[in-house]
Design a protein around this ligand. Structure first.
Ligand SMILES: Cc1cc2nc3c(=O)[nH]c(=O)nc-3n(C[C@H](O)[C@H](O)[C@H](O)COP(=O)(O)OP(=O)(O)OC[C@H]3O[C@@H](n4cnc5c(N)ncnc54)[C@H](O)[C@@H]3O)c2cc1C
Length: 538
């Protein structure tokens, strides 16, 4: 017998920070909403990424939800850059406080979502055969939630030892003591994991495809008095985040890098280098990520810092990127990463010199030799931004597939809807300011905008909304324009839609709205105030 269809007014897929807040808002507005989540509990990123060393790069007190005075009053952050277990506790605290789980179905992975024009609703089918239907479908499926394995590396299934992906880390403790451990990847997760694993490992081999520019995190504990002081400043902190391009606490310096003398510039860089978090990336000279010369100054400064920290100059050479300037790819934050390579039990293998040929039953064979391992860790990242969409077979009007529509890069209106896909609302989707954002700040904006839209439709007796092709085209063109001035759009990275681990993601596109969160927020507000200009509403 076919499974009964579970009906609600709004289906939300995903119970990370986006899905949790969306449920809170929909309940507040009196909508019958149901959340479906692939994992067995809430938390999203902080539920899945349990690898050693996983923690915030955002200051904890800028990351938490700002919408609830009660949560702000009751939750105490223990570190300036809080670790995954604590972040997951935070998600659970919010879920308990708002009694969210009664409206969430866990262990439900959406496989198919189809728009039924006649019924005017979305039908969603899940891996376990469950089915759900609702007028509105809100995706809260995460920008970094689709883990990828290395492409074109045969033999991964042959390995007989332990093997883990950082983004699918097991829930039980993993020991590295006396083990020969391999880690593939040197992105943000890898940098955190390598530093932590190196503290207890027998022997660690790092397989690096290309190095990234890393910055010291400079984490520290938050004592009771400091937490009281932070709490007293929450309004000011969130206001400052709101005004900044990426909603981080660090404000870009109004000067250009060449406005100052070499000595002043060096002193400024030194100050930023010693400031916790993304200060060097987000708080640098205003032209640092746009002007090649300005960027070269930062790049030279950081190279010098790496050389000073890595004892073997040949290893330092391998750790210094040569194919992109500082900050033009996601900057990992680290707490002793470079010093790991001074340990005698750590080896760096440069895959540009000796590529991996295959994984064997007992280890990894590169072009020059085979190394035996007890454990292989894949820190090979995610199919970012659009990956989670691609993993659901989404069909809109007239049989159009979202995968096909986005094959050459996303097309959206405001990063929140797609022409041909009525009543689909894509939180933290592509072409949305959220990509570059201290995410909860943009998640709150996205969720509130979507919630107001649904309330407005109900109040005006409307049941169907869809971006017009013209509005979508204009927004997509505008998104590319916002990226033009940025050096990062001239570099292969997940922000430009390139992922060497994903077939079909080799062409540069652009995934994000780069006009900054304040402008994005303003545009979204204007469109709402105009009665949803650019949308066909019926
Ligand atoms: C290791 C790591 C560290 C990070 N650190 C920071 C940071 O310091 N600051 C910052 O701003 N951002 C950070 N991020 C980005 C982070 O993803 C966001 O901060 C935030 O957690 C996103 O919340 P979300 O709810 O939108 O997505 P997610 O937290 O990814 O949640 C999406 C949920 O959707 C579920 N889902 C996806 N597809 C399906 C499906 N088909 N069916 C059912 N469920 C599905 C997933 O299981 C997941 O639980 C980090 C990301 C990673 C991976």
């Amino acid at each position: 017998m076919a499974e009964a269809v579970e009906r609600s007014e709004v289906i939300v897929i995903g119970a990370g920070l986006s899905g949790m807040y969306q449920l809170i808002k929909l309940r507040e507005l009196g909508f019958k909403a149901r959340v479906y989540e692939a994992g067995s509990d809430v938390g999203g990123t902080w539920y899945w990424n349990r690898y050693p060393g996983a923690r915030f790069d955002s200051e904890s007190w800028t990351y938490g939800y700002s919408f609830s005075p009660e949560v702000l009053a009751e939750w105490n952050w223990k570190e300036h850059f809080s670790s995954q277990p604590e972040n997951l506790r935070y998600c659970n605290f919010v879920a308990d406080k708002f009694d969210l789980r009664r409206d969430v179905t866990f262990n439900a992975r959406a496989k198919v979502a189809s728009w039924n024009e006649a019924a005017g609703e979305w039908e969603v089918a899940f891996e376990d055969g469950r089915r759900a239907g609702a007028r509105f479908l809100v995706t809260a499926i995460g920008p970094l939630s689709s883990p990828t394995m290395p492409n074109n590396v045969p033999g991964i299934g042959d390995f007989k030892g332990e093997s883990w992906h950082t983004g699918l880390w097991p829930h039980h403790p993993v020991s590295f003591a006396n083990k020969r451990v391999a880690i593939i990847g040197t992105g943000a997760s890898a940098v955190q994991a390598i530093t932590e694993i190196a503290k207890t490992v027998g022997h660690l081999t790092v397989f690096q495809r290309q190095p990234n520019w890393c910055m010291p995190l400079r984490n520290s504990a938050i004592d009771d008095a400091t937490m009281v002081a932070i709490r007293a400043r929450y309004d000011e902190i969130f206001a400052r985040c709101r005004d900044n391009w990426g909603c981080f606490i660090h404000t870009a310096d109004p000067r250009n890098a060449s406005d100052v003398s070499d000595e002043e510039r060096e002193a400024f860089f030194e100050e930023l280098y010693n400031t916790p978090g993304f200060a060097f990336w987000q708080g640098n000279f205003r032209d640092a990520l746009m002007d090649k010369r300005a960027n070269d100054y930062m790049t030279a400064f950081v190279s010098k810092k790496i050389r000073a920290r890595v004892k073997d100059p040949k290893v330092a050479d391998k750790l210094i990127p040569t194919n992109h300037g500082f900050g033009t790819r996601r900057v990992p934050l680290e707490s002793g990463y470079y010093e790991v390579y001074n340990q005698t039990n750590v080896e760096l293998v440069d895959l540009r010199e000796t590529p991996i040929e295959r994984v064997t039953a007992t280890g990894i064979r590169t072009s020059d030799r085979e190394r035996p391992f007890d454990m292989i860790i894949y820190a090979t990242g995610f199919d970012a931004i659009t990956g989670a969409f691609d993993r659901i077979d989404i069909t809109g009007k007239d049989g159009a597939k979202l995968r096909d529509k986005w094959a050459d890069g996303p097309q959206t209106y405001l990063g929140l809807n797609v022409a041909g896909f009525p009543n689909l609302l894509t939180l933290v989707g592509p072409h949305n300011a959220a990509t570059f954002c201290n995410l909860p700040r943009c998640i709150e904006q996205n969720v509130e905008w979507v919630s107001e839209l649904l309330a407005w439709m109900r109040a005006h007796g409307k049941t169907r909304i869809e971006a017009t092709p013209d509005a979508e085209q204009a927004w997509t063109a505008h998104v590319y324009e916002t990226g033009e001035r940025l050096l990062l759009t001239k570099v292969d990275s997940w922000m430009t839609g390139v992922n060497k681990n994903v077939p079909g993601r080799q062409k540069r596109t652009f995934m994000a709205y780069a006009g900054g969160a304040p402008k994005y927020r303003q545009r979204c507000a204007e469109i709402a105030a105009s009665g949803y200009e650019g949308f066909a509403v019926a």
